[in-house]
Design a protein around this ligand. Structure first.
Ligand SMILES: Cc1cc2nc3c(=O)[nH]c(=O)nc-3n(C[C@H](O)[C@H](O)[C@H](O)COP(=O)(O)O)c2cc1C
Length: 212
């Protein structure tokens, strides 16, 4: 188990070329989506949504908006992550509605806590709210990368795309949501030379500092 943690992380790499003929099993995709949904977020608000893009035509359009990166069309599955542009009331309401259903708490206490959370987040300038939502979303995306590699399913995060074009193509209401990253999932092509590259990472001394 302990060694599997590193084996799985070493096995994963950012796929450049997928094997178009191989699709992910439905139950594996469901598992990855469940893992994404289990990612922690600040206050638990999950201020984002995920669009599972199906259909060759729309994926071909998205590819052109992603500097022709082949992963967009050739992966088995494409998930586009869009974060909330501000912490709008719907983000807060949907969390608290779920909380009330799941935990059956004291409603007065929940109302007061909800007001405190709303106050804490919505007093920020809009750009800071957007950046906060974006950060929460990336944690979820990385849960997807990791769950996939645990299943030995290949992946690549894709940030290189024109966000405005993606929003247009996917008919995303940009006053509420902003697509900033995609997760492609599938199986690597035998011809993807990236799989043979040695990983480039900081040494632990460069990354981790001790402070006593
Ligand atoms: C948030 C994020 C966005 C990325 N966007 C792209 C991208 O648009 N195109 C691409 O080819 N790789 C993309 N990558 C892959 C990185 O370049 C890659 O993860 C990094 O070089 C480390 O290599 P490894 O993942 O193979 O270990 C992205 C990775 C992350 C985490």
């Amino acid at each position: 188990m302990k060694s599997e943690i590193l084996v799985s992380r070493e096995w994963r790499y950012a796929v450049k070329k997928y094997d178009k003929s191989k699709n992910i099993e439905v139950e594996d995709l469901e598992l990855i989506l469940k893992a994404i949904n289990l990612a922690p977020t600040s206050y638990g608000l999950q201020p984002f949504k995920i669009i599972h893009v199906k259909g060759d035509k729309v994926r071909a359009e998205l590819k052109t908006a992603a500097y022709n990166q082949g992963q967009i069309t050739d992966a088995s599955d494409l998930l586009v992550f869009a974060h909330a542009t501000v912490v709008h009331p719907m983000i807060i309401d949907r969390y608290f509605n779920n909380l009330i259903i799941k935990r059956k708490p004291n409603l007065k206490e929940v109302e007061s806590y909800k007001n405190r959370v709303t106050e804490a987040l919505t007093k920020w300038p809009e750009a800071q709210q957007a950046a906060w939502c974006d950060k929460q979303m990336y944690i979820a995306m990385s849960y997807g990368l990791q769950a996939a590699s645990d299943l030995r399913i290949d992946s690549s995060a894709i940030e290189g795309f024109d966000q405005h074009r993606f929003a247009e193509i996917l008919k995303i209401n940009t006053t509420l949501w902003k697509p900033t990253v995609s997760l492609t999932l599938g199986y690597r092509s035998k011809n993807d030379s990236s799989q043979h590259l040695t990983k480039v990472r900081l040494s632990e001394n460069e990354l981790i500092y001790t402070f006593e």
